[in-house]
Write a protein that binds this ligand. Structure first.
Ligand code: KG4
Ligand code: ZN
Length: 340
């Protein structure tokens, strides 16, 4: 039997809509907002305006590309939070209106749960899914967490950043070097031609499974300030080596705690999720850790790692099966829900 779910994602600067049949992908449309590039970061007011312009054409395209009629949809799943409130309101309001007009239930989804549940989307190339329990390093622009995933909606955060997120660190390092936003993919590309051991930066000593990235950011800032005093062309001359060294430092910090988490819990099924999980240095480090620690690893494909609605639809599908529906008074939340 078909179970068509429409997913809507509008938490930050991507307007996305997807249709899934159960866990199987039928379409996943992502409209990235270019308007923020010249500001070097997401401007909330511009983001909500762009969502308003994009949402109807994006949803229309997702339904057409899935080759179904909108009457065949059984539920609409939407991101309730965390994210930018104005942006979340656009997706939430659309979901409410659509649910009423089509007389179908709506399902609220937590954005961070959805990044993890993206591993359960199946398509032609992707059929292998993790088994419970598994560990997931969730690394995005706003979050850095090690999550113990016991079931679809039974997750515990066992480690997290006490200050900046990993994605934020990539973005800030790029900004310091005068590279465009978002910095993560730019650093990743340049790093491929550089030496990861060319420069060393201060590594934090944070206990347990927690992270800290603010010291690294300051260390990069001071290092470049000092070098630029001696040679104002320093960044230009050493761009690839700087990117490779910064990326290596961030990945190394992420992996050390992830390996520790696996040792402490005895869990060797290990996944990564979120925008930073697109990073090629992190992919290599995961392959290496898998070989050394006998891990079974799960790396999402690019279109499921950065923000997308397919992950919202798959999380929505699992809730739909359990009859976990939202009511029409539901309002978005900006910060991660307190359930964890
Ligand atoms: O999950 P995401 O798309 O949005 C949030 O929920 O935050 O993550 C965005 C973050 C940005 O900080 C971006 O620079 C980073 O993911 N990112 C990367 C790469 N692609 C995206 N960081 C490192 N390497 C990449 N290839
Ligand atoms: Zn995200």
């Amino acid at each position: 039997m078909n179970t068509y779910i429409l997913g809507i994602e509008s938490s930050c600067d991507e307007t996305s809509a997807a249709v899934l049949n159960g866990t199987r992908l039928c379409s996943n449309i992502i409209a990235s907002q270019k308007v923020h590039e010249k500001y070097g970061g997401v401007v909330p007011e511009l983001a909500s305006r762009a969502h308003q312009q994009n949402i109807i054409p994006v949803i229309d395209t997702a339904i057409k590309e899935a080759n179904i009629n909108k009457n065949e949809l059984q539920a609409v799943a939407f991101t309730r939070g965390p994210g930018l409130l104005g942006s979340l309101l656009v997706g939430t309001s659309f979901a409410k209106a659509f649910s009423m007009a089509m007389d179908i239930p709506m399902v609220e989804v937590d954005h961070m749960d959805a990044h993890i549940l993206a591993h359960f989307i199946t398509d032609e190339q992707h059929k292998k899914v993790p088994e419970f329990p598994f560990l997931c390093l969730t690394v995005s622009g706003g979050h850095t967490q090690i999550v113990l995933v016991k079931d679809y909606f039974d997750m515990n955060i066992i480690g997290q950043t006490i200050d900046d997120a990993a994605g934020e660190t990539f973005d800030k390092a790029a900004k310091i070097m005068g590279l465009p936003y978002p910095g993560g993919p730019v650093i990743d590309k340049l790093a491929q031609q550089g030496d990861p051991f060319a420069f060393q930066f201060a590594e934090p000593r944070i206990p347990d499974l927690n992270y800290s990235f603010s010291g690294l950011k300051t260390s990069i800032l001071y290092f470049l300030r000092d070098e630029l005093k001696k040679d104002e062309q320093f960044i230009e001359k050493h761009k690839a080596n700087l990117c490779a060294s910064i990326q290596h430092t961030i990945v190394d910090l992420l992996m050390k705690k992830l390996i520790l988490a696996s040792k402490q819990t005895g869990i060797r099924q290990v996944a990564i999720a979120g925008g930073v999980s697109a990073n090629s240095g992190l992919h290599q480090a995961m392959q290496q850790a898998a070989a050394e620690n006998k891990w079974e690893i799960y790396i999402p494909k690019l279109s499921y790692s950065t923000d997308n609605a397919a992950m919202i639809a798959v999380a929505g599908y699992f809730k739909y099966k359990q009859n976990l529906f939202a009511d029409h008074n539901t309002t978005p939340y900006a910060r991660q829900s307190i359930k964890k």
